[in-house]
Write a protein that binds this ligand. Sequence first.
Ligand SMILES: Cc1cc2nc3c(=O)[nH]c(=O)nc-3n(C[C@H](O)[C@H](O)[C@H](O)COP(=O)(O)OP(=O)(O)OC[C@H]3O[C@@H](n4cnc5c(N)ncnc54)[C@H](O)[C@@H]3O)c2cc1C
Length: 609
Amino acid sequence: MLPWFASLALALFSAPAAHGTCITDKAAAAADKIFDYIIVGAGLGGLTVGNKLSGKGFSVLIVEAGPDLSWNPEVFNAEDRVFQSATCNWQYPVLANNGSKLPSTIDSGACIGGSTSINGMVWYRPTKAEVDRLETLGNPGWNWDSISPHMKAIERNHVPDETQIAQGAGVDPAVHGYSGAVNTSFPTPMRIPKAVALYKQALPFAFSGLTVGSDLSNRTSVVSASTSWTIWYDSATGKNRRSSAADALLWSPDQQRDSLTVLANHTVDRILFSKDMTATGVVFGSKSVTKGKMSRVYAKKGVVLSAGTFGSAPILERSGIGNAVALKAAGVKQFLNLPGVGANLNDQPGTSTSALIAEAFRNDTSIVDGRNLFGPQISLINIDEIWGASASIYSNELISPSALRSRAQALVEAGAAANIDGAEAILNTTISLILQSRLPVAELLAESYPSVISAIFWPLMPLSRGHVHINSPDAFAPPAIMPRFLTDEFDQAVAIAVARRTRDLFNAPPFKNVVADAYLDPPISRNGTDEEYLAWLSKTTSGASHWIGTTAMMPKKLGGVVDERLRVYGTKNLRVVDAGILPFQITSHTMSMLYAVASRAASLILADA
Ligand SMILES: Cc1cc2nc3c(=O)[nH]c(=O)nc-3n(C[C@H](O)[C@H](O)[C@H](O)COP(=O)(O)OP(=O)(O)OC[C@H]3O[C@@H](n4cnc5c(N)ncnc54)[C@H](O)[C@@H]3O)c2cc1C
């Protein structure tokens, strides 16, 4: 039952005039009104769901904490963003394993478009094996056959032209969509083509058995290839434009919706529930616009949390849903015991090694440039390509039941898993993808900036886990994030081995004339010890920005937070649709998978409407 003033508001409220989507930062557009659906967060998940629900005529409000930066070239041009810029960035504080604050921060999108407004724009697909594992983990209906059509439907691929192909672009027409809203293509002009050619020649010297192919979205046959970006070439400005979720699904003239309102610059504090735990609305406010004064808005059909891996779990906690210990510590009364909220935090721990380029090549822009676009050649490497015959040493350890139990135990003790069975189920999923499916355990990006040529890399399917929790009931206070990178010895072994192999890469014959010093950074010599590499890794590692897991979709008894229809356990009409629902890491960058997840989520919501 809605409160009387909300029912009155429903009677008084009329949809905005037929001029398309309303984007505003005026609280009055939402305060005390009623919409069919309220979505929290205008990032990848929120905009995808909002676009689909409003497209069916439902009235939808999206509340976004950050501003609308559609005017800002740092956001709409693919190459105008400064690395780690504060624009549209939460720059979340991050904690070391001992709880002390680290000097670094975590990048995460803080404006309309969410992280797609600031991300690296790399687009390629995950494998069938890992997507099918969602179902095996206890999520009926979540498999490659149900997900891949959504991946195809969201994409509008622009095939590379002859010049781009000559400079390293490759495309397999079967693994792209061509009529969706999110543009994917290669940049005009292409980046560092000679360096890419050298990488391709050198890779087999460092990773024996690695196949070099043409299109990374084809995950059946190739493990090193060129990748597409979520960009499109604007011939009017001569610039590559970022095809963010906002560019594709909100600002675009052909995506206008009279039934969609986006309230920018307002933070959602918590969810409102009726006695039977039906989500009836949210409490929101703004430090900058309303000086922290909080308002309420009501939903007739449901509330969807799409505030991202670091945003949705804290909203649940502020609403009294979560782990008893974390809620008590933050001074919030518990209404629903869901110990998985905020646990299982995961990202891929990334860093890079660099070689010094010989002076003669430093002005050659086909080898080295200062362009702000991610490395164009990506390699995905499995345990055989890293360790050869010695891979069995690692396989034997990974399949040992006692090792699995002690891994799971360690995660529970660290507060990074809700219970042993859940931790084992998640770890086992990743371990079987590593061992049985022989999926890649590391990603390596070819990169070069003035004077150095670099290999950016990260363990791709980490077993380490961390957590995120609120510190206080204050909606404007940042959460406490402890990633616990490289706390699992297997992740350490992968990172150390790949770091060493990248030195072999730069010492390989194809780089002979181009590289002046293969050991520039880190300054650890050919005979460097594991301890030296680990010390360097623990100082330099930060997330690849593919954060997942804190509102995991899996059975409740395993510590799951949402069920297979993305409903928060114990509630009615409250869903989570964002990166947080992925229980384990995938071996592609997250966007392709998450657009598909959000699109399928919208279908489920519509089916239940
Ligand atoms: C720097 C960076 C580089 C990346 N590079 C790539 C890449 O190259 N390729 C790739 O595939 N993926 C990449 N990613 C990852 C990808 O962008 C994300 O996985 C994806 O955007 C996550 O979608 P989401 O809906 O979960 O969250 P987001 O897209 O981040 O959206 C969450 C939204 O919720 C808002 N919000 C948070 N809290 C609240 C609140 N309390 N009230 C209201 N609003 C709130 C946020 O401001 C944000 O707009 C990168 C991410 C980053 C940050």
